[in-house]
Design a protein around this ligand. Structure first.
Ligand code: AMP
Length: 581
């Protein structure tokens, strides 16, 4: 019999652990080193047993980025006959990062401890969420998740997105059964490799089980918004499938068709009901509660680069609460959202002190957008319990899966402490940086500028569907280029106004002075044809990325030629700022 999930016990364990964060961090570091000191990497840096204290550890082992560990990862992928990064828990697969920022997917070592940690994170956040918003028995989740493509390395190790590795794990499936609301879609839909077809089927399953749906979710908010934008274009076809009981010819994968045939039966009443509800909506406001009336909440990561989708998500959600997911990466988990009642704008993540060893680089220490070439004063790096409230840091992780003092590239702000472990607010990716000369604008700065300029569109009932940026250093002087996809026609006057507003909204002193002195050229706003960001998503999926891991790159560098080409080939209109003329 399945062991029943005990929320109270999970919360008690969480409270006890967070009271003793310092001690648990030292124990965690010792455990990682004790398990792995015989691996090539740690020996190289003079770690000779598991008793190394944090101070010695940070003075022996250097801070690294992915570039530094690539040769070691390659050795594991090639199958060298000695332990490279870990001994205690061998690397059993690679997690593929989304490759959003650099356009190149990273191979991250992965082992079974990641699954155990994932369960701890999910169980902890579920315990808090379920206290606030209990799900009734018999409920289903409309979960927009997808399997990613697999690769096999020379050594026979599987490389797949971390979420795919986790979702395939038997241990994970068994444990999560007790807490996860079952998905309304069959496995064939979830793991089908044609994501457009899987998305259509997810929507169809959602409609068939519409009264049972209690949770609408995906890993990232982008995927939920994308799904309902798709719904807007295919809802009549979906209704037709339900009316006739015959699946649309757009679904061509035989196993997906077979699985759907078991669920889809002719149901003209349901088709009429959904059809009428859709016709009754104004601009699709409140789509989710109208079609899925028993939805308790919408769940997914809504912070960081997902914040720009919140407005649209709230539009679809009507009054249904939004619950922001936890904080993790292919490299490892970091923190849990234990305050699900707070809106995504206020979400923070409590770091679990036993899931890795964490260090933090104060933001002032990081001067270079190219993470690899930064020299950080060793004394300035602080441990988990030594961070200061109100300060911003870059996260450094030492994991059970062979990462040692690895710079994650994320910037977080400490907002307080939960017992003795910090609560982090996600600020931005460190390496999304617009810079021509002395100016420095981050992903967050870009987001704020876009938000300010997009407000000008609302009077015309227009909205920015998605956006990205590029620094054009080919023209002289260099300048910022912002790409927008808008859901309708923007007049030339309005475009000019938006362009000037974008330019003025970058308030970084370096930018303002360079613009005033003409050392940076006028900001350029380029409007993209409808569907351009869909093409970018398709491009990443073709490369093997999984849709629910997708994050629109907020700054496309010249190195990411394939995405830059898609953008440049789809420009329908552009305009140069006159804000500093
Ligand atoms: P990936 O390894 O491709 O799954 O991407 C991991 C990255 O996604 C992290 O390093 C963060 O930049 C971002 N991320 C993950 N969780 C969150 C979160 N809760 N809020 C904001 N960004 C997140």
């Amino acid at each position: 019999m399945e062991k029943e999930f005990n929320s109270e016990q999970v919360i008690q364990e969480f409270e006890a652990m967070t009271k003793d964060a310092k001690k648990i961090q030292i124990e965690t570091l010792n455990k990682i080193l004790k398990d792995n000191w015989e691996a090539e990497y740690l020996k190289k840096w003079g770690i000779f047993d598991g008793t190394t204290d944090p101070k010695t550890y940070s003075s022996c082992v250097p801070l690294v980025t992915h570039k530094d560990i690539e040769p070691y990862v390659q050795k594991i992928a090639d199958g060298v006959p000695f332990p490279v990064l870990t001994t205690g828990n061998p690397i059993t697969a690679f997690a593929l990062s989304s490759g959003t920022t650099q356009g190149k997917r990273k191979y991250i070592p992965y082992n079974d401890i990641f699954i155990k940690t994932s369960m701890q994170v999910y169980q902890t956040s579920f315990a808090f969420r379920n206290k606030e918003f209990p799900i009734k028995n018999g409920g289903k989740a409309l979960n927009f998740i997808y399997g990613g493509k697999h690769f096999t390395t020379k050594s026979g190790l599987l490389a797949a997105p971390a979420s795919t590795n986790i979702n395939h794990s038997k241990l994970f499936k068994k444990t999560m059964k007790a807490i996860q609301t079952p998905a309304c879609s069959p496995d064939e839909v979830i793991f089908g490799l044609e994501f457009q077809q899987s998305l259509y089927c997810h929507l169809l399953c959602g409609l068939i089980f519409h009264e049972e749906i209690q949770v609408v979710s995906s890993n990232f908010a982008h995927s939920i918004v994308h799904s309902f934008r798709t719904f807007e274009t295919v809802w009549e076809e979906l209704c037709n499938d339900i009316r006739t009981g015959v699946l649309s010819a757009r679904i061509t994968v035989p196993c997906v068709r077979n699985a759907m045939a078991k669920i889809l039966k002719p149901n003209p009443e349901l088709a009429d009901e959904i059809h009428n509800k859709c016709l009754g909506l104004t601009n699709w406001y409140g789509l989710i509660p109208e079609i899925f009336p028993n939805t308790k909440y919408i769940y997914g990561i809504m912070t960081g680069s997902m914040a720009p989708y919140l407005e649209k998500l709230r539009h679809y959600a009507g009054g249904v609460p939004l619950q922001s997911g936890d904080y993790g990466a292919s490299e490892g988990w970091i923190g849990v959202n234990v305050n699900p009642e707070l809106p995504p704008e206020m979400t923070t993540f409590v770091v679990l002190p036993n899931i890795g060893y964490f260090e933090f680089i104060p933001l002032g220490q990081i001067h270079d957008p190219d993470l690899g070439s930064v020299l950080v004063e060793p004394e300035s790096v602080v441990g988990l319990t030594d961070v200061k409230v109100g300060e911003e840091y870059e996260v450094v992780i030492t994991s059970f899966a062979g990462l040692y003092r690895y710079r994650l590239g994320d910037v977080v702000k400490v907002t307080g402490f939960h017992n003795s472990t910090p609560k982090l607010q996600f600020i931005c990716r460190r390496n999304v940086m617009l810079t021509v000369n002395v100016d420095k604008n981050t992903e967050k700065d870009l987001q704020l500028s876009v938000e300010a300029a997009a407000k000008l569109l609302t009077a015309e009932k227009l909205e920015v569907v998605d956006f990205t940026s590029h620094v054009d250093l080919v023209s002289e002087p260099g300048h910022y280029v912002i790409f927008w996809e808008v859901n309708g026609e923007v007049s030339d006057d309005l475009l000019k106004e938006c362009c000037n507003c974008l330019d003025k909204s970058f308030v970084d002193a370096g930018y303002v002075t360079s613009r005033t002195s003409k050392a940076i050229g006028p900001l350029e706003l380029r409007v993209l044809s409808r569907g351009t960001f869909q093409k970018i998503l398709d491009h990443y999926v073709q490369q093997g990325s999984v849709v629910n891991q997708h994050k629109t790159p907020r700054c496309v560098s010249a190195a990411n030629q394939s995405v830059l080409k898609i953008l440049c080939n789809n420009v329908v209109k552009s305009c140069l700022s006159t804000a500093f003329d």
